[in-house]
Design a protein around this ligand. Sequence first.
Ligand code: ADP
Ligand code: MG
Length: 298
Amino acid sequence: METILSIKNLNKRYGTLQALNNVSFDIQKGNVYGILGPNGSGKSTTLGIVLNVVNKTSGEYNWFGGTMETHEALKKVGAIIERPNFYPYITAKENLELVCKIKGINYAKVNEKLELVGLVDRQNSKFSTFSLGMKQRLAIASALLNDPEILILDEPTNGLDPQGIHQIRDIIKQIAAKGTTILLASHLLDEVEKVCTHVLVLRKGKILYTGLVDGMSANDGFFELQADDIENLITVVKIHPAVKNVVKGDGKVLVYLKDTLEAKDLNRFLFEKNVVLNHLVKRKNSLEEQFLELTKNL
Ligand code: ADP
Ligand code: MG
């Protein structure tokens, strides 16, 4: 596994405000990471520090195993951390060519990246005529011109309409599918759930969870059951040793677990005790429920 970015015990204070509190994590090549947290949790501060635009108070970070100076390493990083800004009165294509000229990149990349973000049709339109979604897509194209190892995005869908949001998420998935590592900050659970493979949950500058997006909701889960005699169902299901508690509601019985239990095993157990189900579904807590669980009482 190749480590793109490694952060250890990063702290940031703005005066008396502790914006980051001992933040540590690693970014491995090929994954899509979401930094998920409410507004003010320190997402932009974290990105700013590793991009060398915000000074850290203490702690360490290194790019690509620490084999090169930060300013050299950052040439292999594509980042969009502010509202996209280009020259308003020249075209999208001309803006990207200008970026190529400044960075010494072959102009052939312009068309390739415009295609990726779906802006070939509008390449000859002035930047000033673009919608916010198109501006954001142009910014992504620009950040990708030199084929960076990693793309960093801060709240990439903020302020966009539903169609714009959908387009950006699709583009991010396409970029990831090509093998580019991605790190994105978002306060939107469903965004992280839809786009990312890995998640770091940040709250008040502290990491609460790091791991797989799937892992975050992979607890023991619960069952939704129905039978003609609900009271008898409740009495019987409570006997099972894997059952933690039973909640009645809405004509259904919700059965929470303290141990793993397969649907077929619960079904057999109940049937052997003369309880015949007419509904049985196993559910996992959603990422949202897990997120709320993680961030409450803090
Ligand atoms: P997020 O991106 O998760 O919304 P930020 O990293 O922007 O969070 O901010 C984290 C905390 O640091 C917030 O409480 C914010 O008000 C504070 N903060 C951010 N930038 C500055 C700054 N330049 N000066 C003072 N406080 C700041
Ligand atoms: Mg932010």
